[in-house]
Design a protein around this ligand. Sequence first.
Ligand SMILES: NC(=O)c1ccc[n+]([C@@H]2O[C@H](COP(=O)([O-])OP(=O)(O)OC[C@H]3O[C@@H](n4cnc5c(N)ncnc54)[C@H](O)[C@@H]3O)[C@@H](O)[C@H]2O)c1
Ligand SMILES: [Zn+2]
Length: 471
Amino acid sequence: MISRPPHRMVQLNAGSRPNRPRPQAAVAEHTEHSISAAVSPTHHNQPGLNGLSACGTSGLTTGVFQINAVQPVRYVIEEVSGLFDVRNETMLRGVVPDSFPCQPTVLPVHTPGQRRFVVMDDNVYRIYGHRVQSYFATHGVECRILPLPTNEANKSFDLVFEIARQMEDFKLNRRKEPIVAIGGGVCLDVTGLAANLYRRNTPVIKVPTTLMAAVDASVGIKTAVNFDNRKNKMGTYCPPLAVFIDRSFLRTLDQRNLSNGAAEMLKMACIKDAPLFEVLEAHGKELIARHFQSPAASVAMRRSIQGMLEELEYNLWEHVLCRVVDYGHAFSPEIEMAALAHGDELLHGEAVNIDMALTTQLAYDRGLVSLEERNRVYRVMKRLQLPFWHPVCCTQLFCKGLLDTTKARDGLQRVPLMAGIGAATFVNDLTREEIAAAAAQLHALAEAESGAVASNIVATRPASLDLALAT
Ligand SMILES: NC(=O)c1ccc[n+]([C@@H]2O[C@H](COP(=O)([O-])OP(=O)(O)OC[C@H]3O[C@@H](n4cnc5c(N)ncnc54)[C@H](O)[C@@H]3O)[C@@H](O)[C@H]2O)c1
Ligand SMILES: [Zn+2]
């Protein structure tokens, strides 16, 4: 259950949620001896606990053993203002000794001898490094900051190894010294992986500084690096110790990266949160212009995070393949890779938006959304300054993308489509013909929007292109 403790804190406890499909636990057919891991402060060889003490070696009739263990997950995601203001003690939290799962201390600690190892995106370091340094210095915490060029092109194991080497050099005590990652999604993914691998799990506090990282990359438990020219091909599931979100970092983020993160918020709005959609519809332009510093930004970000967590919590390890949070992610990986090869790179959220624009048209063509709803979605995309199209886009590319996605989803398309604004339905039967028709419509719209009105295509379906996408 997601609970909402006070102080704008969301606590994630992985568990089940009613009315949701849940993965079935594997059941061994010939179970003679079952070993259940129990969390206990003292260890006793209790009869019956592991099946061995009860019967002794003479009772062992087969060599089949079964282990059942549960890994508890509990971490907090907290919205904090003035995170590195010296009066704010959030970043002084340590680790509760012997806690399992590892937990941050509830009250700030001022223990002598405190140390912190901080990995920072190098651009973020240039702007905020001195503030982080003086924050820890003021509180008598020995701090080593490692600024790294954590951008998409460098998102590889080289960075992971560099972080691990520096942790070793720092002689990090993983029992009481959580490492801190401050940056965008790349920094958090790479540092999270290094933390997970170093000594088989070192606690990590994540401080997202981009919108994408705040509403998406930091809130789940995935870590990753690119591998073999494929995005996020290597990674782990590793819950952070805590996530602290300070929206004021977004003041220095450029428009393109703000729009990029907003695409993931629009995703949540389209398929599960109509009120969020209305906030984006009413305030989209202002959200970007004011770098998400307005009251509407707080509402929009909280709703996005809450919605994301509702979808992630029961499915943290992604056993369930029909995920509404995959909306906008069926065609987009292929679009993103093709744009990169084309030399006119798309950010992840931009590719996601093109995918959502296409699937909105597909939903309209299937009668799942009305013309008015479709046009409302397109207007919000425009207000958020997100692209509808890219020169690499074509039916062939979309179909190739869907084929790859289908493979990754165990042979079924499982594509979420909007079913009205704020709801979704899954489909497995998208055809090449309907993708081609939707692509033609979208291309025409994009052309019209860019000023080069494709009058011949407009003439084929004037009603659907009568968007008046004025903002
Ligand atoms: N783990 C997950 O579940 C998950 C989810 C979504 C995305 N991701 C990953 O996140 C990455 C994208 O994240 P991103 O969009 O944050 O990109 P990013 O980390 O590359 O950051 C984007 C740019 O913004 C700069 N920057 C960061 N914070 C800034 C600030 N406050 N002011 C000025 N500049 C700042 C960075 O230096 C960088 O140039 C991708 O690699 C993606 O795979 C992971
Ligand atoms: Zn995404």
